[in-house]
Design a protein. Structure first.
Length: 319
């Protein structure tokens, strides 16, 4: 199976690197800067599950794609989705399967619109990972699970083939006959964490120590009602995991969305919070915290855009 992993950041670098380590035919689709890093230093993974140094991973840029791949694994940021789709479009042939690992569901709408419903399967990655300043992948926890399955829940030969290819890798993987349920449960989990920590500008532990854990629990309730309104009520087990996470008194955990805000970067707020809110617009009259968290993020993005616009004339003058 020829596998194209779109991006070699924390998500693509980890799962793609583990597949390459297991002997799979993996190529990374990357930008020039990342291509130079991989050429100079290879792909380096630091992980509790074992470190890896892959000195010469196959990497190319969009214009170098010559033929379709069997599997295209997509793990970009939501705000990069349109550009990412354009970059790998020529890698999609009649028998290509696209496996996205983004949060939320809006990307499924876009991918199926562009490539057709039968080209896309559902997927999610359960992992905490980041890139350090040198481009090395840092796996920060024990979880490193990749779940995938047909959107209609039917077991298929291509899902079985993907499962066989992933089975030898040093990460946990499993196919699912109800991948949309799993994706909705992760979406509720991520939206609760992102909404609470970005709204309060604090870690889970700091929110709990301030006696404000009801904010997170209220967000969990609102997000869960929206999922239920769409036919995907989270299971008691999923709700219990999220409830335990957002009420842990000593937890330093924050969402990556808050980390993006703190470094002045673009966020996935519209994809994670905004789209969830739109899908539940008429589901309940007492959804209060989610709109507030989303409004806060839109205000941040507006301020960020204004500052960039204000800086542009000065940059042109300096040039």
């Amino acid at each position: 199976m020829r596998i194209l992993v779109v991006g070699a950041g924390a998500l693509g670098g980890y799962f793609g690197g583990r597949l390459l380590q297991a002997g799979q035919d993996v190529t990374f689709l990357v930008r020039q800067r990342r291509a130079s890093q991989l050429s100079a230093s290879g792909l380096v993974i630091h992980s509790p599950a074992g470190d890896a140094h892959l000195p010469s991973p196959a990497a190319l840029q969009a214009h170098q794609i010559k033929s379709p791949y069997d599997l295209v694994v997509v793990g970009c940021k939501a705000y990069d989705l349109e550009g990412t789709i354009a970059s790998f479009a020529t890698a999609v042939g009649p028998h290509t399967t696209i496996l996205p690992m983004l949060n939320g569901l809006r990307h499924l709408d876009r991918l199926t619109e562009r490539f057709g419903y039968r080209k896309v399967i559902g997927g999610l990655g359960l992992i905490s990972a980041t890139l350090d300043d040198t481009g090395e992948v840092l796996h920060l926890g024990k979880d490193h699970t990749l779940i995938f399955g047909e959107l209609d829940g039917v077991r298929s030969a291509r899902v079985d083939a993907i499962a066989a290819a992933f089975a030898s890798s040093r990460f946990d993987s499993r196919s699912s006959d109800n991948i949309l349920q799993a994706m909705w449960e992760k979406w509720v989990h991520i939206a609760t964490l992102a909404g609470a920590t970005s709204l309060m500008r604090a870690s889970v532990g700091d929110i709990v120590r301030a006696g404000a854990q009801d904010v997170a629990l209220g967000l969990l309730n609102e997000c869960s009602r929206i999922a239920a309104h769409n036919g995907f009520a989270p299971s008691p087990e999923a709700l219990g995991r999220t409830r335990a996470m957002v009420t842990a008194p000593d937890s330093p955990l924050t969402a990556s969305l808050l980390k993006d805000i703190e470094r002045g970067a673009p966020t996935e707020g519209d994809h994670i919070l905004g789209d969830l809110l739109r899908r539940g617009r008429w589901s309940t009259a007492d959804t209060v915290l989610l709109p507030l968290a989303y409004a806060q993020l839109r205000s941040y993005e507006a301020r960020r855009a204004r500052l960039a616009a204000d800086a542009a004339p000065a940059e042109r003058l300096a040039a």
